[in-house]
Write a new protein. Structure first.
Length: 285
C-alpha cells in the first residue's frame, strides 16, 4: 500500500469515493504494516496528509474518527489530531475510546494527566474484558508520566484492586504483569500479606484472591495461608484459600490433607474442597 502508484489510487478514492469506501481504505492504511516505509517527503504523502486532516474535520459520524486514528498511526502529529483523539476518549463507543487512548499513548506519545486518568477509567468501566486489559497494559507506557505527575499512588491502588475486584482472569493476569513491569510486586505483596490478618473477613478474602494472582512463592507465606484454611472463622475466606490453592496448583502435603479433611461432609465448604481436591490430585470424595 505504500507504493507510490498505490497511494495515488488511495488518494483518489479518499477524495471521490463513498463514505463506506473511505472508511474501508482508512482501515487498510491503519492496519498496513511497516508505515516507516512510507516516503514522507513525497508529493503523494503530502497530499495524503492534507486529505486526512481535512477528513478529520468532516461532520459525518465515522470518517473523522478513522481519519484521526490513521493520522496517529502515520505519525502525523498536529493539534487537530490530538484534540480529536482527546474528544473520542469520551465517546459512547468503547471500542473508539480504547483506540483513541492507544493512539494517544503509543503513536502520538501524548501522556497528559487527562490521558493517564482516562487510562485508569478504562481499566474498570468498559464491558469488554479485552478493552480493560488493553488499558491495563498501556499503564506501563505511561510510567514516566505517572511518576512526573505524582499519580503512582492512584495507579498503585487501582492495580491492587484489579487483583481481586475483576471478573476476568485475563485482566487480573494482565494487572499482575503490569505490576511486575512497574516494579511494584514487592510493595503490593507486602500490603496484601498484611491484610491477611485484618478483622474484616472481606478484606482477608480479597487478600487471598490477590495472592491467587500474585503467587505464593515462599514457604512461610504458604504456611500462613494454610493456617487461615485451618483456623479462620469465616467460611468465605477458607473457600477463597482453597480456590487460590487450586488456581496455583499447589499440591503441598499439608494443603492436600487440609482440603481432604474439608471434603468430607456437606455444605458449600465441602463442595469447594471436593472441587479443589479433584483439580489438585484427581481424587473424588
Amino acid at each position: 500500500v505504500w507504493d507510490i502508484a498505490a497511494l495515488e489510487v488511495v488518494i483518489q478514492c479518499l477524495k471521490y469515493g463513498s463514505d463506506d469506501l473511505r472508511n474501508s481504505l482508512l482501515n487498510v492504511l491503519r492496519y498496513s504494516s511497516n508505515p516507516h516505509h512510507l516516503n514522507k517527503q513525497s508529493i503523494q504523502f503530502r497530499v495524503l496528509r492534507s486529505l486526512l486532516l481535512s477528513l478529520c474535520e468532516r461532520s459525518t459520524t465515522r470518517i473523522p474518527s478513522q481519519a484521526a486514528l490513521t493520522c496517529a498511526y502515520l505519525d502525523i502529529k498536529v493539534d487537530v489530531v490530538r484534540d480529536k483523539l482527546l474528544q473520542y476518549l469520551h465517546d459512547p463507543d468503547e471500542d473508539l475510546r480504547s483506540q483513541a487512548l492507544t493512539a494517544l499513548i503509543l503513536n502520538l506519545r501524548y501522556h497528559s494527566a487527562e490521558v493517564v486518568g482516562n487510562c485508569l477509567i478504562q481499566t474498570k468501566s468498559p464491558i469488554k474484558w479485552t478493552t480493560r486489559a488493553n488499558a491495563v497494559q498501556l499503564i506501563v507506557s505511561l510510567r514516566s508520566a505517572i511518576e512526573e505527575k505524582f499519580m503512582m499512588g492512584e495507579v498503585f491502588e487501582r492495580l491492587q484492586a484489579l487483583l481481586y475486584d475483576e471478573c476476568s482472569k485475563e485482566v487480573r493476569l494482565t494487572a499482575c504483569n503490569t505490576i511486575n513491569e512497574l516494579g511494584l510486586h514487592s510493595k503490593i505483596l507486602q500490603q496484601v500479606v498484611r491484610k491477611l490478618d485484618d478483622l474484616n473477613e472481606d478484606v482477608r478474602a480479597q487478600s487471598v484472591m490477590s495472592l491467587s494472582v500474585l503467587g505464593i512463592k515462599s514457604k512461610s507465606l504458604l504456611n500462613q495461608i494454610l493456617d487461615i484454611l485451618e483456623l479462620d472463622s469465616s467460611v468465605y475466606v477458607r473457600i477463597q484459600v482453597m480456590r487460590a490453592l487450586k488456581e496455583l496448583g499447589i499440591c503441598d502435603r499439608r494443603a492436600v490433607r487440609l482440603i481432604r479433611e474439608r471434603a468430607r461432609g456437606t455444605g458449600l465448604l465441602c463442595r469447594e474442597a471436593q472441587l479443589a481436591l479433584l483439580a489438585l490430585t484427581g481424587e473424588a470424595e
